[in-house]
Design a protein around this ligand. Structure first.
Ligand SMILES: [Zn+2]
Length: 70
């Protein structure tokens, strides 16, 4: 599987870019800014978090990007 076809890569494309321009924090050499809701409602945010986890993001990585309620 190449990077461009990996589920994680496709999930990252659905998230807004980080301030540095990356979409997947795994690519960052610096710590990204804090998590955001991206103006999604609670259900949409939970659905996006579930997609990220299904695509291989760890729970910590999801929490770094998405302000998912505990
Ligand atoms: Zn970056």
């Amino acid at each position: 599987m190449t990077l461009a076809t990996a589920p994680r890569y496709r999930a990252a494309l659905r998230t807004p870019p980080l301030p540095c321009g990356h979409r997947d924090p795994i690519l960052c050499e610096t710590t990204p800014s804090g998590p955001s809701t991206y103006s999604l409602d609670r259900a949409e945010l939970a659905a996006e978090a579930a997609r990220c986890r299904a695509a291989g993001w760890t729970s910590d990585e999801v929490a770094e990007r998405l302000a998912v309620p505990a």
